[in-house]
Design a protein around this ligand. Structure first.
Ligand code: SAH
Length: 242
C-alpha cells in the first residue's frame, strides 16, 4: 500500500488535502485517482487508511480508519549540525532521518565555509525538508524529523532545552560517551557537531558556559559527516532508541 504524509493542519474531520509535492506523486507518478485506497501518515506517528476523493494539484482524501499508532521509545534526540558544503549536508539529513533523530537544527558558525543569504537559506531549508520527507518514506518511519531553519550557533546554544547536551570536540581527551552515566536514562539528548572546520575555542567556551559537555569520539579526527553519523548511532544505541 502506498504511503503519503499529510499536514494535520489541513485536516477537517475526516477530510484532508495533500501538499503539492505529495499530490504530484499520487496523480502524476502513480496515476492514482478517485476511489483508490492509500495510507496516510500525519508525521506524528499515526498511520491511517484513506480513500482518494479527488485528484488535482492538491489531492483530497477521506480517512476511513486508523491502521496503527507509534509514539517511538519516548526518547528525544536533537542534533545541531554546523552547515556543511553541498551534498554532505544532504547526506547527513538523510542518514539522521534513517537513524531516528527527532529534531535537526542546522547552524551557522565562525568556521562554516561560505556565508548564505536569507534567500539561499530558505531554499536550502526547503531542500533539506524534501530530503527528510523522502527518507521518512523510504525507511517507513511514521514520525517526520523536524528540520529547523538555519540559525546562529549562539541562538542554538541558548535555545536547546534538552536534559543532556553534548558537544563533540576532537580536542576533548577525557570524556567519552561511555563515561556519561546519565546518558542511558536521559529522556532528551542534544548533540552538537561542527562544520568541516570544527568549532573555535571561543565557541567551545561559550557552549560550556551554557551547560554543554564536551565529548570525544576517539583519538582520530573524523570528517564532519562521519562524526555526526557515528555520534548519532552510538547515542541512539545507548539510549535504546535505534
Ligand atoms: N577542526 C578540525 C576537525 C573538524 S571535524 C580540523 O579542521 O582539523 C568536524 C566535526 O566533527 C568537529 O567539529 C566535531 O564536532 C566532530 N569530530 C570529528 N572528530 C572528532 C573526535 N575525534 N571527537 C569528537 N568530535 C569529533
Amino acid at each position: 500500500m502506498r504511503r503519503f504524509f499529510f499536514d494535520p493542519l489541513s485536516r477537517k474531520e475526516d477530510t484532508l488535502f495533500l501538499a503539492e509535492e505529495e499530490s504530484r506523486h499520487v496523480t502524476k507518478v502513480l496515476r492514482l485517482s478517485a476511489g483508490s485506497e492509500i495510507e496516510l501518515l500525519d508525521g506524528q506517528g499515526t498511520l491511517y487508511r484513506a480513500i482518494i476523493v479527488a485528484g488535482g494539484r492538491q489531492v483530497e482524501a477521506r480517512i476511513v480508519g486508523v491502521v496503527s499508532t507509534e509514539d517511538g521509545a519516548g526518547k528525544t534526540l536533537w542534533v545541531g549540525q554546523g552547515i556543511l558544503k553541498g551534498e554532505k549536508m544532504d547526506t547527513v539529513v538523510q542518514k539522521c532521518t534513517e537513524l531516528g533523530v527527532n529534531r535537526f537544527s542546522p547552524f551557522q558558525s565562525s568556521r562554516c565555509q561560505g556565508k548564505a543569504d536569507p534567500g539561499q537559506n530558505r531554499k536550502r531549508h526547503e531542500r533539506w525538508q524534501r530530503i527528510g520527507l523522502a527518507a521518512c518514506k523510504q525507511c517507513l518511519r511514521p514520525q517526520l524529523m523536524q528540520i529547523d531553519a538555519p540559525e546562529s550557533l549562539a541562538d542554538l546554544l541558548r535555545n536547546t532545552p534538552a536534559e543532556l547536551r553534548l558537544l563533540f570536540w576532537e580536542e576533548e581527551k577525557a570524556l567519552h560517551l561511555q563515561d556519561i552515566p546519565a546518558l542511558p536514562e536521559a529522556q532528551s539528548v542534544a548533540l552538537l557537531l561542527g562544520p568541516e572546520g570544527g568549532f573555535s575555542q571561543e565557541e567551545v567556551e561559550l557552549a560550556r558556559q551554557s551547560g554543554w559537555l564536551t565529548v570525544s569520539l576517539g583519538r582520530r579526527i573524523l570528517r564532519a559527516e562521519t562524526a555526526t553519523l557515528t555520534a548519532v548511532s552510538i547515542v541512539q544505541f545507548l539510549i535504546g532508541n535505534l
